[in-house]
Design a protein around this ligand. Structure first.
Ligand SMILES: [Zn+2]
Length: 425
């Protein structure tokens, strides 16, 4: 099929910009020289995959799109309960509790306004995959269930995928042949599970983690080579490769529920007055109507802890792009520091213990907060009129959607992000 104006996005989940190296990512090093390389690229907050996915899809921060992290408290009629956004049924819970999914349109929905479509292949959690296009304006393919404009699809290749190197490779092969070369949608998104999957289960910089990084690099190369084969001149297909966030090494685990109960600020574990939503190296805290007057006291209690980094409450939530009009009243990012792990990788932070995930994470990678390294994903843009060269001006995940829409000649002036500069600085 001949090239036409379209965009291709590949996300290497969790790949920190400073872990791009000639030894582990020879292709990304080459691409950095051939593309617009945004070296001051930033994550959103919480720097979790699911909130990041919604920000990439909508061009908006969580304050506007409404997906507040990897977990969030919902009141489905029986008081606030922390729910896992990654679960396949979370979209239905969110619709039940709030009447809708995201509060602003995704790229997939905007493309449908123009009778064009988006296809998403994702090998991360169901929630992170589905919030690329929660209402099925285009197609989303995932192991936990796939869907398109006409509803659910029984898709055997997706069902067979597992997170990790082999699953990512199988997904990439399909993305290149079936999606890019045959179906050729206006927007094609592929979200790799690596190096995030291995980074959560091995030390950063360990041989296993480096193998996962190298595998992601090889997959980006295959997609880029396919794009160049379909569009040798590079003018028609906008190619975007990046990550959603980085990682820090987990220093220790904090029992935030226990701290709040001991301080008399939460009635008990599992109580619905003050509800902690763990976000890895951060937490968001939701308050029932009757407990809302405790937000200031909770923020002061947290700010006094040695493991506390940044604490914001009430109106200050706007400073970290979180909403100020709902049950979320306090957000915490745990303290991060620049200590080096046994494999020479900088950056440690504590995590907030998650009662739903008791596995010890100490010594492995995690993210969610405002630490320097978890907030430093990479972003490279090639084709579509982007001149090669470093861009030092700060950019953000929310700038990706308007950049795609500008390339597709669609309106993009109602987002938090700005279309990225194609000309070299
Ligand atoms: Zn992620």
């Amino acid at each position: 099929m001949a090239a036409s104006t379209r965009a291709v996005i590949v996300i290497c989940d969790s790949l920190r910009a400073d872990l791009i190296s000639p030894a582990d990512t020879p292709f990304l090093v080459e691409l950095a020289a051939r593309s617009a390389n945004f070296t001051a690229h930033r994550s959103v907050f919480p720097s979790t995959t699911r909130a990041s996915s919604a920000s990439i899809a909508t061009g908006c921060h969580p304050a506007r799109h409404g997906l507040l992290g990897n977990t969030m408290a919902l009141d489905e009629g029986d008081g606030l309960v922390c729910r896992n956004v990654g679960a396949p049924d979370f979209r239905d819970r969110m619709r039940r509790a709030t009447g809708r999914t995201l509060r602003v349109p995704t790229l997939a929905e905007r493309l449908r306004w123009h009778n064009e479509h988006a296809i998403v292949l994702s090998n991360v959690s169901p929630g992170a995959a589905y919030f690329q296009d929660p209402d099925g304006y285009g197609w989303v393919y995932h192991a936990a269930g796939s869907y398109g404009p006409d509803g659910e699809i029984d898709d055997a290749p997706s069902r067979a995928l597992n997170k990790g190197i082999a699953g990512d490779a199988a997904m990439t092969a399909r993305f290149c042949s079936e999606i890019l070369a045959e179906r050729a949608p206006s927007l094609a998104v592929m979200w790799l599970s690596e190096p995030d999957y291995t980074g959560h289960h091995a030390p950063l910089g360990s041989p296993q983690h480096r193998r996962a990084i190298a595998a992601a690099d090889a997959n980006v190369r295959l997609v880029f080579e396919t794009v160049r084969r379909l569009d040798p001149g590079g003018s028609e297909i906008l190619f975007i490769a990046g990550s959603d966030h980085g990682m820090e090494t987990v220093a220790d685990s904090i029992d935030l529920d226990g701290v709040l109960v001991a301080a008399g600020l939460k009635d008990g574990r599992g109580s619905r007055d003050v509800v902690v939503a763990p976000q890895g190296t951060a937490a968001t805290i939701f308050f029932s109507e009757n407990a809302r007057n405790r937000s200031g006291a909770v923020a002061r209690c947290l700010a006094q802890q040695e493991w506390s980094g940044r604490v914001v409450a009430d109106a200050e939530l706007a400073a970290v792009s979180l909403p100020t009009d709902g049950a979320l009243r306090v957000a915490l990012s745990l303290a991060a520091d620049d200590r080096v792990n046994p494999f020479g990788i900088r950056g440690h932070a504590g995590i907030v213990a998650d009662p739903g995930d008791p596995e010890s994470k100490v010594g492995f990678g995690q993210h969610g907060g405002l630490g320097r390294h978890e907030q430093h994903p990479f972003l490279m843009v090639a084709g579509g009129g982007f001149a090669p060269g470093e861009r030092r001006r700060p950019s953000s995940l929310v700038d990706i959607a308007p950049t795609v829409l500008r390339h597709l000649r669609m309106d993009h002036d109602d987002m938090d992000g700005q279309a990225l500069p194609p000309a070299a600085e």
